[in-house]
Design a protein around this ligand. Structure first.
Ligand code: PHE
Length: 513
């Protein structure tokens, strides 16, 4: 019998007494597993082998899981420290027990959140008690980790679930804690049929089949006599992760489209700018805490901007010193042009709004006008699940006669509704440049917590008059990353940015319009 090369190799490697898996056959024949799968199906069709399928679950420990298997689960370490401190006798101050446990950073929270759940004791009002009857020896999660590590030291980084006697509940807890990963795969096994054995005895010859049409085949005309390999669309193949646009970038584009659809035009301007545009034009006093080196990233080269419009500098200075209007009051604090000329990375894109409103960027603007930008801003914040050193701000403003807070709120409701967010809440706030001012909040879809998503208000006279604007301007700065959190439900901004990002989330999140 004649068979294509891979099929011939598989028949020869298969056995009539023992089912052999695709992987085993691939090892034995040196043919890639996906080709073996194809060959196995074709042989099944020809009646030479029987194929069985089963789903295998495998478990892999994560680095964190391996660490706890070695050092003990954080809650057990907390329990031991609590016992040592006498917490089985009377409640002990928690800080002391944590200090003695040697737990650090996120492990402290992990320990606290599992301690009571597992009955090691109670935590109340900053004090901890330990249940003297709790038995760390019988901690199912700890024994499961140990068993998994033992499985690994037998030489395999993965452990087939059925090789272990672990209950599903425990595995689920460990999975939820990110200490192990479970994955399923289909295992196909082939056994030679009687026909297979007969054909094998009679002798198998290999028939050359052509897997790919080449220019040579076409020009020579050999394609006419060639036997082509059949496609097998059911064969397992290695997953291919194609490149794709980052969900943050995709959402930025979507926000821009949405705002353009609402009649806005896009602003553009420098990332590193004079403090004059970032702060002074916004009636931010020069001694405002946000203007110290604690909060801003100053530029070393060049340190100062060359050109500021003289007449505008004069008007802004006057507003800072004396205020605006008859009852106006300024800050009565020093105002220094050199300080205003210093360059920093912008902490908000309201610097662009100042440039555009002043007429300096694209000339004087007559109402009505609507402008926006979706651009990076930079702040010297402490990194945490909702803060990074840089993020995208959705800046926007509307210039018109007689604007009110209703216009502002209505605009947000219209904007966020296009992203499926319909429960925006407003909280009174303070900005030196807006009056009234409002912070915006949305509800996180999985934790249910309120998340701050933006800041807004109506620009005050002290800002607008020096810029030469004599009608109303309502404005806002919204965080693109926070919008993303509400849309996709991730809880840590670092899942989508930077070295800790969650590749799976980035690959699999579908952005829909
Ligand atoms: N600049 C503000 C946002 C804002 C812009 C315009 C008006 C009001 C608020 C911020 O970064 O938080």
């Amino acid at each position: 019998m004649q068979l294509p090369t891979p099929q011939a190799a598989v028949v020869q490697a298969a056995s009539a007494d023992e089912a052999r898996s695709v992987d085993a056959l691939a090892d034995a024949t040196d043919v890639p597993p996906e080709t073996v799968t194809g060959a196995v199906f074709e042989l099944e069709e020809a009646g030479l082998v029987d194929v069985t399928e089963r789903i295998d679950e495998t478990i892999t420990l994560t680095d964190e899981g391996r660490e706890y298997a070695a050092d003990g689960l954080p809650e057990m370490r907390l329990y031991e420290a609590a016992l040592a401190a006498g917490a089985d006798d009377e409640a002990v101050e928690m800080g002391r027990v944590i200090g003695q446990s040697g737990l650090e950073g996120p492990q402290v929270n992990i320990a606290l959140s599992n301690y009571a759940r597992k009955g090691y004791g109670a935590i109340d009002g900053g004090e901890i008690t330990a249940d003297p009857d709790a038995d760390p020896e019988s901690d199912a999660e700890a024994s499961a980790l140990e068993e998994l590590v033992d499985g690994e030291s037998d030489g395999d980084a993965e452990t087939a679930t059925d090789a272990l006697e672990l209950d599903d509940d425990t595995l689920e807890h460990l999975e939820r804690r990110g200490l192990l990963e479970r994955s399923e795969s289909t295992v196909r096994e082939a056994t030679l049929t009687e026909t297979g054995v007969t054909e094998l005895m009679a002798g198998i010859e290999t028939a050359e089949t052509v897997g790919q049409v080449t220019p040579d085949l076409l020009t020579s005309g050999d394609w006419r006599d060639a036997e082509f390999t059949e496609y097998n669309v059911e064969a397992d193949a290695a997953p291919v992760d194609g490149g794709s646009v980052h969900i943050l970038r995709q959402t930025a584009e979507r926000v821009k489209d949405t705002l353009v659809g609402m009649g806005f035009q896009e602003m553009d301007g420098p990332h590193a700018d004079a403090d004059f545009w970032i702060n002074d034009c916004l009636f931010m006093p020069q001694d405002h805490p946000a203007r110290t080196h604690w909060d801003r990233f100053a530029l070393e080269h060049p340190t100062h901007i060359d050109h500021l419009p003289e007449d505008l500098v004069e008007r802004v200075e006057r507003a800072h010193r004396e205020g605006v209007g008859e009852d106006g009051e300024g800050y009565n604090s020093p105002w220094d042009e050199d300080f205003a000329r210093a360059i920093a990375l912008r902490g908000h894109t309201t610097s662009l709004s100042a440039r555009y409103l002043s007429g300096h960027q694209i000339g004087d603007l007559e109402p009505p006008q609507r402008y926006f930008s979706v651009e990076k801003v930079y702040r010297n914040d402490t990194l945490d699940p909702t803060h990074l050193l840089e993020f995208f701000q959705i800046e926007g403003w509307v210039m018109a006669e007689n604007l009110s807070v209703r216009d502002l709120m209505g605009t947000f409701e219209e904007f966020y509704a296009q992203f499926g967010i319909t429960d925006i809440e407003f909280k009174p706030h303070y900005n030196p440049y807006t009056e009234p001012s409002f912070e915006l909040f949305g509800t996180h879809p999985t934790t249910g917590e309120m998340v701050e998503i933006g800041n807004s208000g109506i620009f005050r006279e002290e800002m607008l008059e020096p810029l030469g604007v004599d009608c109303d301007v309502m404005a806002w700065g919204l965080a693109l990353e926070r919008l993303l959190m509400l849309m996709y439900g991730f809880e840590d901004i670092r899942d989508i940015h930077g070295t800790l990002c969650d590749l799976e989330l980035l690959r699999e999140t579908e952005v829909t319009y």
